[in-house]
Design a protein around this ligand. Structure first.
Ligand SMILES: [Zn+2]
Length: 279
């Protein structure tokens, strides 16, 4: 995908399965079931989505998937292959030298968005992208360390603390321009400090919605996942961000859609918004 001076590549660290009910919150299965088919364990197919933005000056990786720190029971629950496939190798398979990645952005620090930041070695976790400066929202890092019973299971300090301790990770307060045209923008709802990531070049905008809009089946503002901690705020934020995406013809990436790498957003009389996937 070429966007002004930027080249954007969709990368999928892995597809996996997760309980369908949790992905649709209070929406009954009679409504979502036909759009997202379930297996015998009521799981739907989803994915970890990453994007690489090449600006000419920088190679920026957004999100790093679940990484190599899930035990075999967790991998089985998620229908992940037994053996972890390493992200630098997947990046290389897309024709991008992982050594050139100089910036990694995490929209938030749940394990499924930053697990590939580090690689486990005999000496402990080390940066998977050694040349990169990493960025994540400070508020989410602080929240991770609060270990709240509601969502502590989503955090694994090995994914970020070694990077913070070694000075490789910068914690970002609120909105921030990481390099010219590429911004982290706070969009709370899924949790308090999650960010979307926008990239603007040549008058065009790409927006990675992360868990604000996890799949194309979540473009209706009220279709909010059960794991969102502030669902009312999710609805309000989705209304704002999807409205901008529709009105300004943004190209969008979604946190967990297994089939769609890039989509436009259109206004819809009945559902407010709908996805229009791009080939
Ligand atoms: Zn997620």
């Amino acid at each position: 995908m070429v966007l002004g001076d930027f080249e954007i590549t969709h990368i999928q660290p892995a597809r996996y399965r997760w309980d369908g009910g949790t992905f649709f919150g209070v929406v009954p299965k009679t409504l979502w079931g036909s759009k997202a088919p379930t297996d015998e364990l009521n799981r739907i197919e989803v994915a970890f989505n990453s994007y690489v933005i090449r600006t000419g000056d920088h190679t920026i990786l957004i999100e790093t998937g679940a990484g190599d720190k899930l035990d075999s029971r967790a991998r089985e629950r998620m229908a992940l292959p037994e053996k972890h496939e390493d992200l630098p190798g997947i990046v290389a398979a897309h024709g991008i030298d992982p050594e050139t990645v100089d910036i990694v952005i995490n929209s938030h620090l749940h394990f499924d968005h930053c697990g590939g930041n580090t690689i486990l070695t005999d000496a402990g976790p080390v940066a998977a992208f050694p040349r990169a400066r990493y960025f994540a929202p400070r508020g989410d890092w602080e929240h991770a360390h609060e270990r709240h019973p509601r969502d502590s299971v989503s955090y694994n300090d090995a994914n970020y603390d070694p990077l913070v301790d070694s000075g490789k990770m910068s914690l970002v307060d609120g909105d921030a321009e990481i390099v010219p045209g590429v911004r982290m923008r706070r969009a709370p709802g899924h949790n308090r400090d999650m960010c979307v990531v926008t990239a603007e070049s040549g008058g065009r905008t790409f927006c990675f919605f992360s868990d604000l809009v996890p799949t194309t089946n979540h473009t209706q503002p009220t279709w909010v996942a059960a794991f969102d901690i502030y669902p009312v705020e999710s609805i309000d934020q989705k209304t704002v961000w999807l409205g901008r995406a529709a009105d300004e013809a943004w190209i969008c990436g979604l946190g967990h859609d297994s089939r769609v790498g890039f989509t436009r957003i259109e206004r819809d009389e009945r559902k407010q918004f709908r996805a229009h996937p791009l080939p």
